[in-house]
Design a binder for this molecule. Structure first.
Ligand SMILES: C/C(=C\Cc1cc(O)c2ccccc2c1O)CCC[C@H](C)CCC[C@H](C)CCCC(C)C
Ligand code: SAM
Length: 239
């Protein structure tokens, strides 16, 4: 199966259905556990209040949604949305195991056509999803539509450490050798080989700020992580 290109959402869905059983373990191993730090920072930046309504877009196996649930507490409510049934199934079984009694809802849906009313969430997270959707401006418009005024979205993803050639070379080497080799051992080499080229067409932090301003957000900030190999776009809806 050739790796998906940005214009083929069905191939992206099939890719994540395929890697779902190994996704968490490979992320943990390949990032030396650091992805959990990046996700904790993302949830903090989303700044959802205790008892609030939160949405985790492209939730996958539920890492960010579970962190949001801990943040909003038992009186809050968290929705995790993804279009991969395999990922959502893992998220659901994990949440029942680790957070029984919390208000967590798993929705099979498209980030580009959210099945929610306007102005209904206090905060939104999106971890490693923006680079995988096929229409970034549309995704940002949907985020703005469903956020309450004053609500924030925190969007975590890979980034190119442009301006530091040695680090960019390291990132490409790590992704195309270490990551692919570990994935290949599980028959998922082609699926993980998709990551590095997906970074080529992914807007930089500054470009994402401009896209968010064009979508109507007035407060936009980009925080580089890992010397720019990762980053979090934080956008706030004022009206
Ligand atoms: C949680 C992480 C990646 C999620 C992820 C995103 C995608 O778009 C994928 C597409 C296709 C297959 C898999 C994924 C996917 O897992 C980040 C952590 C996992 C990364 C694979 C590790 C990369 C880490 C940095 C590039 C370099 C860190 C080096 C340091 C020595 C740990
Ligand atoms: C790399 S995973 C990220 C999972 C999780 N957010 C995390 O941080 O580990 C990307 C997820 O986005 C989902 N996805 C991609 N495009 C989507 C879309 N248009 N609508 C809903 N989910 C989508 C995939 O099914 C996959 O589960």
């Amino acid at each position: 199966m050739p790796s998906p290109t940005a214009e083929q959402p069905e191939q992206i869905r099939e890719l994540f259905n395929r890697i779902a059983p190994h996704y968490d373990d490979l992320n943990q191993k390949l990032s030396l556990g650091l992805h959990r730090v990046w996700k904790q920072m993302t949830v903090r930046w989303a700044n959802v209040p205790l008892g609030g309504q939160a949405l985790d877009l492209c939730c996958g196996s539920g890492d960010l949604a579970l962190l949001l649930a801990r943040r909003v507490g038992r009186r809050g409510h968290v929705v995790g949305l993804d279009f991969s049934p395999a990922m959502l199934s893992i998220a659901g079984s994990r949440s029942r195991r680790v957070l029984p009694g919390y208000s967590l809802e798993w929705v099979l849906g498209d980030a580009l056509a959210l099945p929610f009313a306007d102005h209904c969430f206090d905060g939104i997270t999106m971890g490693y999803g923006l680079r995988n959707v096929t229409d970034i401006p549309r995704a940002l418009q949907e985020i703005k539509r469903v956020l309450k005024p004053g609500g924030r979205a925190a969007i975590l993803d890979f980034h190119r450490p442009t301006g530091i050639p040695l680090l960019e070379q390291f990132q490409r080497w790590y992704l195309n050798t270490q990551v692919v080799a570990q994935a290949k051992a599980l028959g998922l080499g082609e699926d993980y080989a998709y990551i590095d080229p997906s970074l080529e067409r992914f807007p930089s932090g500054e470009e994402q700020k401009q896209l968010a301003l064009a979508a109507g957000f007035e407060q936009v900030t980009f925080f580089p992580l890992m010397a720019g190999m990762m980053g979090v776009l934080v956008i706030e809806k004022s009206t």
